[in-house]
Design a protein around this ligand. Structure first.
Ligand SMILES: N=CN[C@@H](CCC(=O)O)C(=O)O
Ligand SMILES: [Zn+2]
Length: 418
């Protein structure tokens, strides 16, 4: 066999192989670490994982000598908002003066200021800007990413955002999974008539389905935004129309969105900082993945983080994401989130690796294709400038990527210089 690419002399190799669903509870600690392996890639897929010596003589168009480096699946970022106009650096000063996130929103800033900028931007401008952020994500090792609309809050601009994501997915290497988040905030013209606004968002679901613009429907279930009851009714309608659902739940106030996510059989409940005891035990008894976003808690300047320890100890499946967006989490760096998960969520390195690969993939219905290295799967692989898997959450704030291989092709080549 002539391979297109062989990666040889791998030090530690995490394949995350054999998971057949989200990895839950104590199993998140069980990490198989292979040593001294090589990977042969053909036609974009992993063709063989063997002892390095067995592939020493293999014919290949291209060989990468990993020189003992750590190799893992490409990272999966299962919660981001990467298509938007403008930026919100002015809000940093407001935060320093103690103005809360929801108060900025109430005054017409926050999400609503990004909505104004996103309305103004052309499809081409949004495409170019989003591509810049996607390329940066890839440079940090991300090969699959979820992205949400939600900066339009009307038919035209919501569809514009979703079309930008669809076209980015078709034209670029990174895999994008799209979520419709039309119910992200209440536009000023509907501030006294939320029901009419949700009705307007419900009406466009058919068009979104027909054009295959999104797989998931999401809602911001929060004080001053949408209640648990409103979220329930809206997401039930989305399910009836054939969408899978997700919820921005219990991010700031503990309303009960976590319980709702489980009740609805959502693929994920996201944020969950204020998740109740009942909510956590519901999660543990379900396959709904808890997508935790410690970068957001950090950036909002809060002291209480999501109770990841309790969630995992009780048996839930946890994933981690950047929540990349221009307001509450302006970073594309999932490696930084891994460090915050260690320091603030008290997750172990083994749990963290599950949370950014296999569980992140299941949170966006990509468990069968992303988040693992396995023979026959597409070859999404990262070679790290790191001697072992403990190193990435430990050495924080920098980029440890050596090479990112997407669909069998090296798409990021940073080398060993750091
Ligand atoms: N909380 C709601 N939505 C985003 C923030 C969006 C924004 O501030 O622009 C989040 O997940 O944090
Ligand atoms: Zn979000």
């Amino acid at each position: 066999m002539q391979y297109d690419l062989v990666i040889k002399n791998i030090g530690q190799l995490l394949t995350m192989e054999n998971a057949t669903g989200p990895v839950k509870g104590k199993q998140m600690k069980e990490l198989t670490v292979h040593e001294g392996k090589a990977i042969g890639i053909k036609d974009g897929k992993t063709s063989i994982i063997a002892d390095s010596k067995d592939l020493e003589q293999a014919e290949a168009h291209h060989v990468i000598d990993a020189q003992g480096r750590l190799v893992t699946p490409g990272l999966v970022d299962p919660h981001t908002h990467f298509v938007f106009g403008g930026s919100r650096e002015n809000e940093l000063a407001l935060k320093q003066q103690g103005v809360p996130y929801l108060e900025i929103l109430k005054q017409g800033g926050g999400i609503l200021s990004t909505v104004r900028e996103t309305h103004k931007a052309t499809e081409k401008e949004l495409y170019e800007k989003a591509l810049f952020h996607l390329n940066r994500m890839m440079s940090y090792g991300v090969t699959t990413v979820e992205g949400k609309s939600g900066y339009g809050l009307n038919r035209e601009t919501e569809l514009k955002q979703l079309r930008v994501m669809k076209s980015l997915n078709e034209k670029n290497q990174i895999d994008i999974v799209s979520t419709f988040l039309g119910a992200h905030a209440i536009p000023p013209e509907y501030k006294d008539n939320k029901a009419a606004f949700l009705e307007e968002m419900t009406v466009i679901l058919d068009e979104i389905k027909e054009e295959e613009l999104a797989e998931f429907v999401d809602i911001f279930c929060e004080t001053g935004v949408f209640s648990v009851e409103e979220s329930k009714q809206y997401l039930q309608k989305a399910k009836e129309k054939g969408f899978d659902v997700k919820i921005h739940a219990d991010e700031i106030d503990p309303l009960g969105g976590t319980e709702l996510a489980v009740d609805l059989g959502a693929a994920s409940g996201d944020h969950l900082v204020g998740a109740s005891k009942e909510g956590i035990s519901d999660l543990a008894g379900s396959n709904t993945v808890a997508v935790l976003l410690p970068g957001t808690t950090f950036y909002l300047g809060k002291d209480s983080y999501a109770r990841a320890r309790k969630m995992i100890d009780e048996g839930a499946a946890v994933a981690l994401a950047t929540d990349f967006n221009p307001g509450s989490s302006p970073t594309e760096n999932l490696q930084l989130i891994m460090s915050l998960a260690a320091l603030k969520l008290k997750m172990t390195p083994e749990e963290i690796w599950h949370a950014v690969t296999v569980n992140a993939a299941y949170a966006i219905n990509r468990g069968e294709t992303a988040g693992q290295i396995a023979e026959g799967r597409k070859a999404d692989i990262v070679i790290w400038n790191a001697p072992n898997y403990l190193y990435i959450p430990y050495h924080y704030g920098v980029n440890h990527v050596h090479t990112v291989v997407k669909n069998g092709n090296p798409v990021v080549e940073r080398g060993g210089k750091g």
